[in-house]
Design a protein around this ligand. Structure first.
Ligand SMILES: [Zn+2]
Length: 312
């Protein structure tokens, strides 16, 4: 009889170790997301307040935003990282290391992050994070500025809808602009006597509410991804440390996808794959930031964990 692999993924049952690793990661993520989400949303609110309609109108007429404004945003991300995100990532790596020491060595105090390269990881990652966030902010507002050039909206109209989208990614900002246009067109169509300024005002209010949901969604994505990254790095660091100290035999890393996520193609193929400690997993596409592939996340919102097992 021909064997079929149709239900391969579903049939793959997780070992107790894998389930425990996933449970530790998910409990950590669920308990720690709220603070970074709140802080990110509040930084973006500050950025929106800091810019005036006059500045936005000038940028639209000019066709671009001045370097000064971009520098301000970059400074915001630098300050955000150093003041808020770095301490959050520090404690996430700490917790990841302690959890793995508790699980595999029955003693969380055996993980001592100060003696390792984890500080170096945070510094390198911080620079990557700041660059990526600043680039995304630049791309988003540049696309929005070009939106008028395509004859979609007047300068004044666009200036008013750009402001609430500051802090969103380019696709999110453009989706917001499309939404505004759709709502406005529908209002005018449904209410033939309505003044255009009234329709524009109502559409703006609707688009601003939508932007609020988009900011929340993006903040959650960033918080979840950053926390998972740091937590997994801490766990990895602790395993290396324990192995170097002779507290553990030679270990291997086993990729474990979350049971509850809509596991994507990348991660589905990685489930159960084992590599030697310190080696990279192989998967399509570039990983987040610096291209490391030793630990999840493999992509934004990836809730995969590494399960460490004794190498045969
Ligand atoms: Zn994943």
């Amino acid at each position: 009889m021909k064997h079929t692999h149709k239900h391969k993924r579903l049939a793959k049952t997780k070992t107790r170790n894998q389930r425990n690793a996933l449970h530790r990661l998910n409990s950590f993520l669920n308990a720690n997301q709220r603070k970074p989400v709140r802080l990110l949303i509040s930084m973006w609110k500050d950025q929106q307040q800091a810019i005036t309609y006059k500045q936005l109108r000038e940028a639209i007429l000019l066709g671009y935003m001045t370097e000064e404004e971009f520098t301000n945003w970059q400074d915001d991300y630098v300050a955000f990282f150093n003041t808020h995100l770095k301490p959050i990532l520090d404690s996430a790596t700490f917790k990841g290391g302690k959890d793995i020491a508790a699980a595999l060595l029955q003693n969380p105090d055996l993980y001592m992050p100060m003696t390792t390269g984890i500080d170096n990881w945070i510094t390198v990652h911080g620079a990557e994070w700041i660059t990526q966030m600043s680039d995304e902010a630049k791309e988003a507002v540049s696309s929005m500025i070009h939106y008028t050039a395509k004859g979609h909206m007047t300068v004044d109209e666009l200036a008013r809808i750009i402001r609430p989208t500051i802090g969103l990614t380019e696709p999110q900002a453009l989706a917001n602009a499309h939404y505004y246009e759709k709502v406005k067109a529908k209002l005018m169509e449904d209410n033939p006597t309505m003044k255009e300024t009234t329709a524009a005002k109502r559409a703006r209010e609707a688009a601003a509410r939508y932007a609020g949901r988009q900011h929340r969604e993006r903040a959650q994505m960033i918080a979840e991804t950053e926390l998972a990254y740091a937590y997994n790095k801490g766990a990895d660091d602790a395993i290396h440390q324990a192995q170097d100290a002779g507290l553990l035999p030679r270990m291997k890393a086993v990729w474990s996808t979350a049971d509850d996520e809509g596991v994507c193609g990348i991660c589905g193929a990685l489930d159960g794959v084992a590599v030697d400690l310190g080696d990279s997993f192989e998967y399509q596409g570039k990983s987040l930031y610096g291209g490391q592939k030793q630990t999840p996340p493999a992509h934004p919102r990836c809730r995969c964990a590494i399960c460490y097992e004794e190498a045969e």
